[in-house]
Design a protein around this ligand. Structure first.
Ligand SMILES: O=C(O)CCC(=O)C(=O)O
Ligand SMILES: [Fe+2]
Length: 348
């Protein structure tokens, strides 16, 4: 049955996308696979160094302004000079390439259980009416380290675990720097956001594989969504476009910059910032010729930590927009199941 085949296998077999993958106009509006491209703001992380705004150089202040504007309009940036070496980024792309190139039976040793997010598989089916994504993925919990389910971590390629661990540690440093810079850019205590993530913040990795598709005009690699996370980084194949971001109700294509890391905010940062920063809708389209790979890292506050707008961002001019909630990931899933838009359901 085609519906049980992986997207990769359908692509190899030259299958036409089955009915359940077809995006109807009513599902998400017209599928424009080639929207205008966007100049997503580029942030030079090496300029964001001082811990005290009053000590910031002119260049740093300018960069902080750029960051604030970018996250309050686009909800995303491309980060350069982030401190992660090109060699490591190449290794991350390489372990992804090698894993997805394994024979199907080998990959299926890491197959996801039906009710779990972790492991290898396709779109997680939560409703009969769901339009399926033309994408295979390997999802893994990386932090807290004691939550890892190592039976899902590929043993082939051999360096998979070491590379992912090193990349996650370095990614967390980038994210923590960004969280501090974001707070500074809004003129609030530097650790206002960072401390909400807690010592047991969650980091999940998702290796995304979008095989070529004979009908890119009819299917989506990943349907429009905003992330549940606090912060997400995306490392993408340099040569292959496919990621689109929505700004002011218009879709824009993202042009990957070699060795830059794309960062988007998730819903929990929109909540923590009392709506000052945006968690943007984004999606991925496929193309008829090439496979696209990306590695997304999702960083979230620990589920036991109650989150809500940071106090210093609430005043008469800007009253509190969102409620407080524990375990936003669950809240998000449940409101989605009830047909609600989770961020709307969080409003007071
Ligand atoms: O593949 C990409 O570029 C985007 C992935 C993504 O948005 C996600 O996994 O949530
Ligand atoms: Fe996403």
């Amino acid at each position: 049955m085609a519906a049980n085949k992986s997207a990769q296998q359908m692509s190899i077999d030259g299958d036409q996308p089955p009915e359940r993958f077809i995006v109807r106009e009513s599902s998400f509006g017209v599928l424009d696979i080639c929207p205008p491209t966007a100049s997503i703001p580029v942030i030079n992380l090496s300029l964001l160094t001082s811990s005290d705004l009053s000590l910031s150089s002119k260049e740093e202040v300018q960069e902080l302004d750029k960051l604030r504007l970018a996250f309050s309009s686009w909800g995303c940036v491309q980060v350069v000079n982030h401190g992660i070496s090109n060699a490591l980024l190449e290794k991350v792309l390489e372990i992804s390439k090698k894993f997805f190139a394994l024979p199907m039976e080998e990959k299926n040793r890491y197959a996801r259980a039906i009710d779990n997010f972790e492991g290898y598989g396709g779109d997680r089916i939560v409703s009969e009416k769901q339009v399926l994504d033309w994408m295979d993925r390997l999802s893994l919990m990386v932090f807290p380290q004691d939550q890892r389910k190592l039976n899902y971590w590929p043993k082939d390629p051999k360096n998979f675990g070491d590379v992912l661990h090193e990349y996650a540690v370095k990614t967390k440093l980038v994210m923590d720097k960004l969280l501090k810079a974001m707070a500074k850019s809004l003129n609030v205590e530097e650790d206002s956001f960072a401390k909400k993530f807690g010592d047991r913040a969650i980091m999940k990795a998702r290796f995304c594989f979008y095989p070529s598709c004979p009908r890119p005009d009819q299917v989506l690699g990943l349907k429009p969504h905003s992330d549940r996370s606090g912060l997400t980084t995306i490392l993408q194949d340099t040569e292959v476009e496919g990621l689109h971001v929505c700004k002011d109700n218009q879709w824009f294509g993202v042009i990957p910059i070699p060795y830059a890391i794309f960062v988007n905010l998730g819903d929990q940062m929109q909540i923590l910032s009392n709506g000052m920063f945006k968690s943007p809708l984004h999606r991925v389209v496929t193309n008829a010729k090439t496979t696209r790979r990306s590695i997304a890292m999702f960083n979230e506050p620990e589920p036991e930590e109650e989150i809500g707008p940071v106090h210093s961002l609430i005043d008469e001019k800007r009253p509190r927009v969102y409620k407080r909630v524990k375990n936003y990931a669950n809240f998000n899933f449940e409101s989605f199941q009830k047909g609600q838009v989770p961020l709307e359901a969080m409003k007071i």
